[in-house]
Design a binder for this molecule. Structure first.
Ligand code: NAP
Ligand code: GDD
Length: 349
């Protein structure tokens, strides 16, 4: 049985990837950090909490990462953990550098020291391109021009991955993934903020939706499809870097229009511009050319913009209807699912 270690298993992509790899027959280990309120709701939502093994570790703590790799003895490490919110990176630029940037080296160094044959996936991002284009699509050869502390940290992560690949022969790949969304997306990201608010407004729970830059364009895909590309990258003969995208772009306003249309409302009546959600520096245009991934990995996106908005709005509507009927979400009343899968140090010695 193949073993994989996922950092960021409690996040959107980590949860979907764990499910995908379990279905492929992998034994799954994930690192999680101690929080004052347990955050396993995505793993519960996908009904996989009982099927995975959790190791306490943090990206700022090298020793805990070394331990996680020693315990799990993985063939593949998927490094997804990061301070992943661009907006927050302007408020916590140094912390973002520590976690999102240096965290990559801590994981790679643990691999190099313990078993350099482990294959490594780095969660790189379309944010690397910054404002390099106003039309056309970005591919693997385009110039990186990061426009946030988050993107600068990810640029470091991208290069350190290549340096460990070329310098130490580690099978290390960068997935340059464009935005990908789902009903498991964090609530502060714009797509889920919109779908969640549309559901609440249509049910009379909320009255307005406050947003920042409505003109920003993004290439939005569907997260469960994107995690497959991560696995495909690590199954190739040679390590490489790949753009994963839909090659379509839409602005935030179009997302709002479509989402409000689904519940029969006119978005213009509910949106308020709020300066708090404007960034000091924003990326205005992103569209990705995934033809290299299509040719080499046989990967292509299936869920495009209209369907994605529909899936997200319908799921949030369903959740809020259940809430109105008295059901509570795991994140409202944390339903700690038990500790049976947690491998603490005491258990390991
Ligand atoms: P996410 O939902 O924000 O998940 C981030 C994960 O990182 C969570 O599990 C979080 O743990 C963990 N984490 C944060 N700080 C940590 C630390 N100090 N030590 C250990 N774990 C830590 O992000 P996502 O959307 O799944 O994205 C996954 C990765 O892909 C990220 O690296 C992101 O930057 C990158 N990416 C995402 C997209 C996208 O559109 N989603 C596109 C390109 C690249 P907690 O649950 O404890 O907070
Ligand atoms: N979050 C947020 N909240 N964004 C808003 C809002 C708002 O109220 N109003 C407008 N926006 C605009 C942002 O300014 C940005 O231009 C766009 O919506 C998308 O913002 P996010 O959903 O926060 O995502 P992101 O593109 O900044 O970053 C995501 O995608 C990257 C890949 O390109 C994250 O998942 C990153 O981790 C990922 O690397």
């Amino acid at each position: 049985m193949k073993k994989a270690l996922i950092t960021g298993i409690t996040g959107q992509d980590g949860a979907y990837l764990a499910k995908f790899l379990l279905e492929k027959g992998y034994k799954i280990y994930g690192i999680y950090r101690r929080l004052s309120t347990p955050n396993f709701w995505r793993l519960q939502y996908l009904d996989i909490f009982e099927k995975i093994n959790l190791i306490p570790a943090d990206l700022i703590d090298s020793a805990s990462l070394i331990e996680a790799i020693k315990i799990s003895e993985p063939e593949e490490v998927y490094h997804l953990a990061a301070q992943s919110f661009v907006g927050a990176s302007f408020e916590q630029a140094i912390g973002t550098g520590e976690i999102t940037g240096l965290g990559v080296t801590r994981v790679l160094e643990a691999i190099r020291q313990i078993n350099p044959k482990i294959r490594f996936y780095q969660a790189s991002t379309s944010e690397l391109y910054g404002n390099g284009k106003t039309q056309g699509s970005f591919n693997e050869k385009d110039l990186f021009q990061p426009a946030s502390p988050y993107a600068a940290a990810k640029l470091y992560g991208y290069w350190i991955t290549r340096i460990y690949r070329e310098g130490y022969g580690i099978f290390a790949c960068n997935g340059i993934l464009f935005n990908h969304e789902s009903p498991l997306r964090g609530l502060e990201f714009v797509t889920r903020k919109i779908s969640n608010s549309v559901a609440k407004i249509s049910l009379g729970i909320e009255k307005e939706l406050r947003l920042g830059n409505l003109e920003a364009k993004r290439d939005w895909g569907y997260a469960p499809e994107y995690v497959e590309s991560m696995w495909l990258m690590l199954q190739q003969k040679e390590p490489d870097d790949y753009v994963i995208a839909t090659n379509e772009t839409h602005n935030v306003k179009e997302f709002c229009e479509k989402a409000f249309n689904i519940v029969g409302l006119d978005y213009k009546k509910y949106i308020k511009i709020d300066k708090r959600f404007l960034r000091p520096f924003d990326v205005n245009y992103l569209k990705g050319d995934y033809s290299n991934a299509e040719e080499k990995l046989g990967w292509e996106p299936k869920t495009k913009f209209n369907r994605l908005v529909e899936v997200m709005v319908k799921e949030d509507l369903n959740r809020w209807k259940r809430w109105q009927n008295g059901e509570r979400f795991p994140w409202d009343a944390p339903n700690y699912p038990g500790e049976s899968k947690i491998l603490t140090r005491a258990l390991r010695v």
